[in-house]
Each structure stands twice: as C-alpha cells, then as structure tokens.
Ligand binder design. Structure first.
Ligand code: ADP
Ligand code: MG
Ligand code: MG
Length: 914
C-alpha cells in the first residue's frame, strides 16, 4: 500500500507541521504546530489532514477509520507520553478535544467537542485524581451535552425553540433556585448527566456511547460531515471559499479552565480589531470552559485593567462594582496575565500581524489553544498595516498586499451626520462591536432580514444573540443589534468580518421573539420600526438618522500614495455628472472611462425633448427636437470636462433602446400628449412600435446611430463644442468619443464618418480645434473576435464586460436572478460572472481582443468600463492582459487603485515599449 501521511503530531515544542502548511493542516492545525516550534505552551495533539476530509466523502466512515487507525493511535500515544495520562483508562484518563479547522478560518462554523473520553467510570477517576469532584462532573455534563448536540444531532428544532440540553439546565436551575451554572452543586451536575443521557436515549433510541474510541471516531466523522452542512456552505459562498478544500480535524489533549478559582479561559486580540488601536482587547472568565466566554451565559470580563475600565464606562458600571464583580485578568492573576502579554508579543513579532488567540489557564498555568491573523474591519486593517509599516515590520509592497481591497469600501461609506446625531433620541447603549452607521427597519429573525432585503428593504437584525444559523440574515441586514454578548461574541466577530455595523450586548433592551417586539424602558418597538445603530459608540437611536460621507485623509491618503507609486494601470471612473466626477477625482480617478449620455436625457424637461425626438415621424422632426437637446448636452459636457480638468473623458454615444425613454402608462402618456400636442393614440402606437421581444439584443447602441445618424451628429457636436468652449476658458478638455455595441468594422466605420465629419464642421465653424480620440466599446463577442479589423477604425478600446458577459454566457443580465442563486448553490457557477470577470471564458475574448487590437495598432489604448473594473480579481486580470486603465464607479476607485497596485506587485510585467 502506498503510504500517504494523514496525521501530523505536535506537542512539547515539537511538531511535524508548520505555519505554511495551512492547505494540508488547516489554519488551526498549522498554527498549533507553529506555536510549538516557537516555544509557546500548547497542549499536545494531532492533526488529521484536509485531504482525509475529501477522502471521507469517497470512502465513508468505516474505511476512513481503517486508513487512519494506526496513525491516530501513534499520535495519541505521543499525547499520553507528554501528558502522563492514558486514553481509555478509568483511573488516569487522557481527555481530548476534537476541533475542526479549515484553511481559512470559518468562525463558529464547526463545533468543537471537549472532554472526550469521559464515561461513568473515568469521571470517578478524574474526580479522584484532581481531588475535585465538581470539576469532574462539570466536564462530564459538558461532554454529554456537546456530543449530543454536535454528533448526535440534538439541536433546537425550530428558530423559536430552545436547545434541548439548555432547557434541561434551565429547569434544573429553577428547581434549585439558582441563576448561574457555577452555582449548581456536584450532585446537581450528576443529576444533569443522568437527565442528559436519558434525553439522548429518548431522542436517538440508543445509549450514550461509553467507549472513548467510539466517541472519538463519532466526533471525527462529525467534523467531516459538518464541512457539508448548510451554514458552512453559506459561509463559503459569502467568502469565496471553494467546497473542495475540506477541513482538517485536530485532536488535542484537554487542559481545564473549569478546575476552580485559579483556572479560566479567554480569547483576545493583540490589537483593537474594530479600530486598529494598539491595545490588547479580550475577554475571559474564571472557572469556565470552551465557549462560555462567547456564549453570553455569564458576563465576560476584560483582560487588561485599561480595557476593563473602558468597558465599565461604556456599560455604566462603577469602578467599585467593576473591581469587585468584574475585575480584569491583570488584577486577578497578574503572573498569568504577564505571561500572556509576553506570548502575545512573541506571536505578533513572529506573524507580523495582529493575532486573534484563545487560551486556557489551568490552575495558574497558561496554555495557548489557538492563534490566527485576526479578522478586522476595514479601518483596523488599514491602521494595523500602517502601524506595522511605521514600526518597520512591513514594506510598502507588503502593506499593499496585506489589503483586502474590497474592505476599503467600509472606509468610504457614510457616517452619521454630527448634528443629526446630537438631535437623535438614544434608545439604549450597547458595546461598539463593529463600527459604521446603519439605519433600517427592525426584524427579529435572520430569515426575515433575508426575505425583506429581496425588495431592497433596509433592516436591522435584532437578536438576543446571534449564532451561525443567522449568517445569511446578518449579511442581508444593514446592521446587527444584540441584547447579549461581548466584543468577542459571535455577532461582534462576524459583523467585523463582514464589515457590518454591529452593537452588541445592549442589556437595556428586552426582546420578545413571539410578540416580535423590543422593549427599552417603557417604550415598545415593533418589527418594521426604524432604528439606527452607531457601531462606533454603541448607541442605538430612534428612527432614521442622516449620514454624511467620511473624509479621506491620514492613513488612507498614505495608502493611496503607496498605490500610486506601485501601480502600472491607472484608474478612471464611470461618471455621468459633474458631481460624480468631482467625487471620483477626490478618490484619485485619473479620468472618466465611461460617461453614459442617456442619463442626461432624463432630467427635467429634457425627457420631453427626447420623447419629441423619438415620436417624430421623419428626420426633419427629429432634428428639431435634437436642436433642443444640443445645448443641454453641451452644458453637461462642459461641467464634466471642467471637473476632470485635463484628464481624459470617454463619452459613450446613445446606447439603450428607445423604448426605455417613452412613457408606458396611460397617465404619463396623457401628460406627454399635453406637453407635445401629439395625440395619445399616436403616442400609444409609437410606444407599441418600439416594443421589442429582446431589447438587449435589439435596436440599440450604434444600431441607433446608424439608423438615425442625426443623433450621433448632435452628440459629437455637443461634445466637441463643449471641449472648444472649455478651451476658450483656459480649461483643457480631452474628449474620447466612444461608439457602443459595434460588432463589425463596417458599422463602426459608418459611425466614424458621421462623427469625424461633424467634428470637421465644428472645427471650421469655431475656427479652432481640440485633440480627441475616436474609439469603441468591445462588448459584442464578434468585436473581440475581429478586434484586429475593428482597430483599423478605433483609436481606443474599452471593454464593456457587462454586455460581453451577457452575450458570451447567453445570460440575460436582467433575468439572471432567477437562477443565479441555484447555480451558485449547486456549484455550477463559482461566482456571479457579472461581479467577478470570468477569466476562463469571457477572459479569453478580452485577452484576444487586446492582442488582436494591438496587432493592428501597437499603442492602442485599452481599458475596461464594465462593473468588473472595480472588482479586485477582475482588476488583476485586466493588469495581466496588459490594459492601460480600469474604470469603475466613484466609490470603487480607491479599491481599484489598491487592486491595481497589488496586481502590479504580484505580476510584474515588462514596461510597455512606446
Ligand atoms: P472554534 O474554531 O469555533 O474557535 P475551537 O476548536 O477553537 O473552535 O474550540 C473552541 C474552544 O474550545 C477553544 O477556544 C477552547 O476554549 C476550547 N478548547 C478547544 N480545545 C481545547 C483543549 N485542548 N483544552 C481546553 N480547551 C479547549
Ligand atoms: Mg465554535
Ligand atoms: Mg477557536
């Protein structure tokens, strides 16, 4: 038999794996190995590779156990030697945790099983050995509960339901008249285990497994299975993680945070993951285990004094109460705290990035259980990278590469208007879990947030706390508000990862899921009511609060300078108005890559003139109407040229089918009739005539300009007259006239004659000239295929990848919603091709278009103006095929600039010869 290594061990400062083996060992496993190698205390364990997860899908349970058995046995022997305990022994049993861990961290996606190996005998052994009976039974009841939930599938049935085990605990507490789990006695815990086991028997028809090996294999397989559960699928889809990767399984010796007053467990970030500030942030609980800290059952405490005092201020807890009831770890266990700080420094130094870590203290001894590069907001991503750069730990290129370009989006988004904020009524205050400003209507269930978002209803998801089941709704909501949970609760961590505004732990509100109400004081808010969240202060506000655009300075400006220094492509914007042009300039756009003229035909009385033109029965009639439109267009262009002040402006001539401009309902047709004096019947007839079965493939683009040359004439004239007028005012205008939807050289040539002919006339009339370019969009597949011919006429190409994608796939842009979701679910498509450029198919046409175009004109200027121009992976592709620029909407310009610089750093190409 061929020997594949399926298991990698670690422990006692030795490890078979290391940090860069994430693909094989998963993120958690690779970093557990690495921590051993750099001398950080980690309980020993073994990692079953991600490849085995894939193998499991083919082999099934029995076979996979067979191939793993020997290596897992060896690995456990290694743990037994290091820990001085024996797996399956009833006197001195080795207990294990079973933890999943994929390549990319998937918070809360797959559940961990702790204290594995316990049964009715070994629990006595543990009790004797530790001299702590309560601890032994607390561990046992936790194990039965977790195993029942994760492996035996005993989860809440519906969204209004409680966890079956939590229900038993709640009942127990009520019987005993206590509030906290920690107040239950040893006998209570024994009784709990009995009740848990009989619940298991009732629900599964089988006894709870007592054999540790059966427990272990059950857990390992459950981890493999969890890779394919619905919420894991959803998380992967939202984060573009391929299904094929699989998860690793980590089996690790237990250390115990629930051993009493000198034991505890916690999580922390080496910096503030919301703002990036260089301050340790984290939470812990004494006498607790596993996820107690994030589960919101007890109020977690802060790790450092500084953090603790900040927390107390926000939570309106007095210093007295804080130091007695919620002291920091720094106060409770100064030595363990200091050791933690030292280890965190070591880890940050080693990984050169903010770390998100999990630890447990067993009777005063500190153990690290996990480290990873922490998830962060856009703001903290920037701040942390820049701080590391200033600390001399990252180069400019590394800073740029470190950016998740799409996350910069968060920094560009509105914040609350300061005056509106002071006037708004504060409902309550929670923790500032994830910054930003969000306004929306209250919903209480994730499904509703998702449902409501389908018709663009903005929602705020209000929950007692969130769980992985809520992911979809969290993603759909504008913001998230929870009544329970700290800064490291599920809601907080996931929201920061998504860049969503979140206020967590707002203890001042009472949520009633059945009534669908949220009560603050004596005021009741219902589903559908508007509220606003300030994720930076933790305030929850009544109603809609006005927002403003944030300022781009400081680190953001520095980042933009770095991007400018390292990019090859330039970034332009898609803008139709002087206002958008100015916004884009502020973001650093170097010109307009797409100015859509049709938008200019809608405003005010322009639409009337436009409709007059469409309704005209002959050329003469059309010219009369076009003469009215000419000055308005000219004025628009002047404004845009002024805003772009010397940068090129690509203007696309009229593109959409004419029926989009005419009124379709009776009332508006009547109005139009009144305004133009044309009878309603004639209007109705014309509207009817314009109807097309397939307008996207119909009478649009240059097909219009070639049937009604006077339209192209008017537009060419407006553009060039505007440029000449600017010139007179001392403003440099650089017009580039772009023909849409050309598929053959002939139809482009025909437009060229019209445009150049008109311009020659205008030059003669003005007795002056300006430089301009004549070019075309490449958006019909035939244009890409014949780009060498098209380039005989065009002086530039701009890839219109929206239409090119539509026509290459044959997917209607307007109707893809009907099946896209299903296609993504079934993995037929990996991504929405209208968002991320399809390199494999559409990309070939783009590449061919570029190459063929430059065969004819080596210096042909080439860019992209589809939605893809602002999407990082598509920008990278544009760089790789040698485009000169990308163009995108104003708010995506900074993202595209960083993506373009990243592309240049990752794919250096020889400088273009001129
Ligand atoms: P997740 O991926 O959801 O963070 P983990 O595998 O990290 O899940 O486990 C969750 C928690 O379980 C850890 O933070 C830790 O508190 C606890 N845990 C896991 N393994 C051990 C162990 N060997 N000893 C003690 N606690 C453990
Ligand atoms: Mg978990
Ligand atoms: Mg963890």
């Amino acid at each position: 038999m061929k020997t594949v290594k399926r298991v990698y061990t670690f422990g006692d400062k030795r490890a078979e794996g290391k940090a860069d083996m994430k693909n094989l060992l998963g993120g958690k496993g690779a970093n557990l190995a690495e921590m051993n190698l750099i001398g950080v205390p980690v309980p020993p364990g073994l990692t079953i590779t991600t490849e085995v997860c894939t193998e499991y899908n083919q082999l099934g349970k029995e076979k996979v156990i067979e191939v793993l058995l020997e290596e897992v046995r060896d690995g456990i022997r290694n743990m037994e030697n290091i820990m001085g305990a024996k797996f399956c022994d009833s006197q001195n049993p080795l207990l294990l945790s079973v933890r999943s861990g994929a390549r990319a961290s998937m918070p809360g996606m797959m559940d961990t099983i702790l204290n594995l190996g316990l049964n009715d005998e070994s629990v006595e052994g543990i009790a004797r050995k530790s001299g702590n009976e309560r601890f032994a039974w607390d561990s046992y009841r936790r194990f039965v509960q977790m195993y029942g939930d994760v492996v035996l599938g005993m989860k809440p049935v519906s969204k209004e339901d409680h966890d079956p085990f939590e229900e038993i605990i709640d009942q127990m507490k009520e019987e005993k008249g206590v509030q906290l789990d920690t107040e239950l006695t040893t006998d209570d815990l024994k009784e709990l285990v009995r009740r848990f086991k009989s619940a298991v028997k009732n629900s599964t028809g089988r006894d709870f497994p007592a054999d540790p090996w059966e427990q272990l294999w059950g857990s390992v397989v459950a981890v493999f299975e969890s890779w394919n559960n619905e919420r894991a699928h959803l998380y992967r889809r939202l984060n573009n993680i391929p299904d094929e990767w699989g998860t690793a399984v980590n089996v690790q010796a237990m250390v115990f945070g629930n051993m009493g007053a000198t034991s505890g467990t916690g999580v922390c970030f080496t910096r503030d993951s919301a703002t990036g500030e260089n301050i340790l942030t984290g939470e812990y609980l004494m006498n607790a285990q596993g996820e107690d800290v994030v589960a919101g059952i007890r109020t977690p405490q802060q790790i450092s004094i500084e953090q603790s005092q900040r927390w107390a201020k926000l939570a309106q807890v007095s210093e007295e109460e804080r130091s007695s009831k919620f002291p920091s770890l720094e106060e409770v266990m100064p030595a363990a705290y200091q050791e933690l700080v030292n280890i965190l420094n070591k880890l940050e130094d080693h990984y050169k990035d903010m770390q998100d870590i999990e630890f447990t203290i067993q009777e005063g001894k500190l153990w690290m259980l996990q480290t990873r590069n922490g998830k962060r907001t856009g703001a903290s991503m920037l701040r942390i990278a820049m701080d590391f750069h200033r600390e001399g730990r990252l180069t400019e290129q590394e800073v740029l590469r470190r950016m998740d370009a799409s996350k910069l989006d968060e920094l560009l988004h509105p914040v609350f208007d300061k005056t509106a904020l002071t006037q708004a009524k504060v409902i309550t205050k929670g923790l500032p879990a994830s910054p930003g400003a969000a306004t929306g209507q209250i919903v209480f269930f994730a499904d509703d947030a998702d449902e409501w978002s389908k018709d663009n209803t903005k929602t705020i998801l209000v929950r007692v706390e969130t769980s992985p089941e809520d992911l979809k709704g969290m993603n759909a909501a504008e913001g998230i508000l929870t009544a329970r949970g700290g800064m490291t609760s599920h809601a907080a961590v996931v929201a920061r990862g998504m860049g969503k505004c979140c206020v967590s732990g707002a203890g001042g509100i009472i949520i009633n899921y059945k009534e669908r109400t949220m009560t603050a004081g004596d005021k009741v808010y219902r589903e559908g009511d508007w509220i606003s969240l300030n994720g930076s202060s933790g305030e929850v506000l009544e109603g809609k609060v006005a927002t403003v655009t944030p300022e781009m300075s400081g680190d953001f400006a520095l980042l933009m300078d770095m991007a400018a220094k390292h990019t090859r492509m330039s970034v332009r914007t898609n803008a139709d108005t002087p206002h958008d042009s100015r916004v884009a300039r502020e973001f650093g756009a170097k010109g307009i890559g797409l100015c859509r003229t049709e938008h200019m035909f809608f405003e005010g009385n322009r639409i009337v003139a436009m409709r007059e033109m469409i309704l005209a029965s002959d050329e003469a009639g059309r010219r009369v109407a076009l003469d009215k439109l000419l000055p308005m267009q000219r004025e628009d262009f002047e404004g845009i040229f002024e805003a772009m002040n010397g940068y090129p402006v690509t203007v696309r001539l009229l593109d959409p089918p004419l029926h989009e401009f005419v009124p379709h309902d009776d009332a508006s047709q009547k109005e139009l009739s009144d305004a133009t004096g044309i009878s309603v019947e004639v209007i109705k007839q014309k509207v009817h005539d314009l109807h097309e079965q397939n307008p996207m493939l119909g009478h649009r683009g240059c097909r219009l300009g070639n049937t009604y040359p006077e339209i192209s004439e008017m537009q060419a004239r407006a553009i060039i007259e505007a440029a000449l007028n600017c010139k007179k005012k001392g403003i440099k205008a650089v017009p580039e006239i772009m023909i849409p939807l050309a598929g053959t050289l002939k139809e482009l040539k025909m437009q060229e004659e019209i445009v150049r002919g008109t311009i020659a006339k205008v030059f003669a009339e003005y007795n002056d000239t300006v430089d301009y370019l004549f070019g075309t969009m490449i958006e019909v597949p035939r244009a890409a295929l014949t780009a060498d011919l098209i380039a005989e006429s065009a002086e530039f190409f701009s890839f219109g990848t929206n239409d090119l994608t539509q026509m290459t796939f044959g997917y209607s842009r307007d109707d893809i919603g009907k099946f896209l979701g299903i296609y993504l679910d079934k993995n037929i498509l990996k991504q929405d091709p209208f968002q991320v450029l399809d390199r494999e198919g559409v990309g070939q046409l783009v590449k061919m278009g570029v190459e063929k175009g430059r065969q004819t004109k080596p210096n042909l200027k080439i860019g992209i103006c589809g939605e893809h121009g602002g999407e990082p992976s598509s920008v990278e592709f544009c760089h790789m095929v040698g485009m000169d620029y990308v163009s995108c909407s104003p708010f995506r310009v900074p993202i595209a600039r960083v993506a373009a610089a990243q592309a240049a750093i990752n794919h250096p190409v020889p400088e273009k010869k001129n």
